[in-house]
Design a protein around this ligand. Structure first.
Ligand SMILES: [Mg+2]
Length: 417
């Protein structure tokens, strides 16, 4: 499927990034942990529609839940505030979303009152290098798209403080944030690239990979992977699902090359953040003008399918906006009416649009920290404390509320830490 050739507005790119992440997450959720061989065997035409999962059809997982929580924190604070982000993760926490074991422990500990500046190393000495920071970081890339790389890095570290402090966890998340930032500012793929011109698409993807390499100079591991991806892209066979069909593509030398490259930069389950981001970048680079195909490719790499497709979706939306999102995904994406099981009926959307807009209109770059007694009820409605403090919460917000949140996120242009 090709995208529209119409240039998307920046707001459309932000909405596309958020929805792309949620759709990738929901697409990959049903096949997490599968091998590429099992994927091709079960889905010889490519996995292109949501499948039933234990959470329900079209339901997203912890990746989107935390991404939306971080977006809400950015909107609340107008900057990346480590303590507020941690508080939002706690408010949004629902173990039925499929959080990893360490995340469950940390979020539980923080809900019990632990200081979020101490939790990242409580269960893993040195902190986690897993992909749970990178999977949620896209909103920081969008909000700080015009910031200096050092400022972006500070914001990424703030967003990760409570869970991921290992240098490789930060490195992967920074690469994901920077990719989303760059893509949101890049020229939309030329009509030729969007229409399937392989050379035009390759030029766009190479430009992104080179830019990332130049802006991540201290990141040896990521730099090596970016170099490998550039070389692989230049050698990639011309086959593509956009020019034939997924059934043909999965049998082609092009797919064999694509899969081998994905395995080279991100072997196995891609649990390392740097591996996971490299895999997502590869899907994006290889299917530059055909975003939905990038997400299908990402899940066919196997492994941590929901996370890789979530990250690829966040990137593709930042470049292409929303026009590429298949109607089958948009109309079936969880929308506050298909809650996870056993949620005791609490599936309203916790969002106060008028209050949120008032907050944004108030202006300051970075608001003062939330008072200790600010509203913190996990399932509470957006609330006001002292008549001015607005706290958006995002638990199980679903598609339409996520679009509202993305519109607010699009108003941010953070330049300082
Ligand atoms: Mg997940």
């Amino acid at each position: 499927m090709s995208s529209s050739t119409e240039e998307p507005s920046y707001e459309q790119r932000v909405i596309g990034s958020v929805l792309g992440a949620m759709c990738g997450d929901a697409l990959g959720a049903s096949v997490e942990g599968w091998t590429p061989e099992r994927m091709s065997s079960a889905f010889p035409d490519g996995l292109r529609t949501f499948q039933e999962t234990e959470r329900g059809y079209g339901c997203y997982t912890d990746d989107s839940q935390m991404l939306l929580a971080l977006a809400a924190s950015l909107v609340n604070r107008r900057c990346c505030d480590a303590a507020d982000a941690a508080q939002q993760y706690v408010r949004a926490f629902d173990p039925r979303r499929g959080y990893g074991g360490s995340a469950v422990k940390i979020l539980t500990r923080m809900a019990e009152g632990a200081d979020p500046s101490t939790t990242a190393t409580q269960f893993l000495p040195g902190g986690s290098f897993a992909n749970g920071g990178a999977m949620r970081i896209a909103p920081v890339g969008l909000a700080y798209r015009n910031a200096e790389p050092a400022v972006l890095q500070q914001a990424v570290q703030a967003a990760l403080m409570c869970t991921h402090t290992h240098p490789l966890g930060v490195e992967g998340a920074l690469a994901q944030a920077l990719a989303v930032a760059e893509l949101s500012r890049m020229q939309f793929p030329t009509p030729a690239a969007a229409a399937g011109d392989a050379a035009a698409a390759r030029a766009g993807a190479l430009a992104l990979l080179r830019t990332l390499q130049s802006k991540l100079p201290g990141s040896e591991e990521m730099a090596g992977k970016l170099q490998l991806l550039q070389e692989a892209l230049q050698l990639a066979p011309a086959d593509s699902p956009a020019s034939s069909s997924w059934q043909q593509y999965l049998q082609s030398p092009g797919w064999q090359h694509e899969l081998a490259t994905a395995a080279a930069v991100a072997p196995g389950f891609q649990i390392k953040a740097t591996d996971a981001v490299a895999a997502a970048l590869w899907a994006v680079a290889r299917h530059w003008g055909s975003p939905a195909d990038a997400l299908t490719a990402a899940v066919h790499y196997g492994g941590d399918t929901d996370t890789i497709a979530c990250m690829a979706g966040a990137m593709m939306g930042a470049l292409h906006g929303t026009a590429w999102l298949p109607q089958q995904w948009l109309s079936n994406l969880e929308n506050g009416t298909k809650p996870p099981r056993n949620n005791h009926g609490q599936h309203k959307t916790f969002f106060d649009q008028a209050a949120a807009e008032a907050l944004l209109a108030a202006g300051a770059d970075c608001r003062t920290p939330v008072a200790a007694d600010a509203p913190a009820a996990a399932d509470d409605h957006a609330a006001a404390a002292g008549g001015s403090e607005v706290v958006l919460t995002t638990r199980d917000m679903g598609r339409d509320a996520a679009v509202q949140l993305a519109r607010l996120l699009a108003q941010l242009d953070c330049r300082t830490g």
